[in-house]
Design a protein around this ligand. Structure first.
Ligand code: SF4
Ligand code: SF4
Length: 198
């Protein structure tokens, strides 16, 4: 009975999210009972005013103001919310789809521009290498050991018998082709140009 009432929710935002290819086929968005488990375990909520429970509530209420809410950019996709949700909802996926809607309309480009080199390294090497601009920040956060680790990474990998961590040859070409044919490359360029014009 309760489930039926919840499934009768008529929100355009809910329907758009459920149809999005980023959403799991069995996402329990309409079954959200506002228990707050997601928020209580969310690291982003602990350190900012972001509230995944409230975000889901606004989606269920078909409230477009959620797209203007700067807090949605504080989620970093750890998926703790999804792991803990009792009705198999995924605030993490909901968040990703909401952000994409904002980006598709040309908004908040500055939020992703600083990460754009992840995309280019993925195109080039098949892995998302950490942008060099972030090295100093990470070294400050993690200490000198991080810098040493980065400097000695090649030697450490060799010692452990690990191979190259970037793709080469045919594998590299295959990834490039997939990313080009799927529109990833074009989209990346669009965000780069938009970011540079800020
Ligand atoms: S944990 Fe799940 S059911 Fe509870 S508020 Fe969050 S999304 Fe809704
Ligand atoms: S994925 Fe986002 S909303 Fe979910 S727990 Fe992690 S930071 Fe919070």
């Amino acid at each position: 009975m309760i489930k039926k009432e919840m499934d009768s929710c008529s929100s355009d935002l809910v329907e758009e999210i459920k149809k999005d290819y980023r959403a799991s086929a069995d996402i329990g968005l309409k079954r959200c009972m506002q228990c707050g488990m997601c928020t209580s375990n969310c690291p982003a909520a602990r350190h900012s005013s972001y509230d995944p429970r409230e975000m889901v509530k606004m989606v269920l209420d078909d409230n477009p103001e959620i797209l203007e809410n700067p807090d949605i950019w504080n989620c970093f996709y750890c998926y703790t919310c999804q792991s803990n949700c009792p009705v198999n909802n995924s605030p993490s996926q909901v968040n990703q789809i909401l952000r994409q809607k904002v980006l598709q309309k040309g908004g908040k480009t500055e939020r992703i521009y600083k990460f754009i080199t992840y995309g280019y390294s993925f195109m080039e090497f098949g892995v998302g290498l950490i942008p060099t601009d972030f090295f100093e920040i990470r070294a400050n956060d993690f200490g000198e050991k991080y810098r040493e680790f980065k400097d000695e990474l090649e030697d450490i990998r060799e010692e452990l018998g690990l191979g190259e961590y970037i793709l080469t040859g045919e594998d590299q070409e295959e990834v490039k082709n997939i990313l080009t044919e799927s529109g990833f490359k074009k989209r990346l360029k669009k965000f780069k140009e938009a970011g540079e014009s800020l």
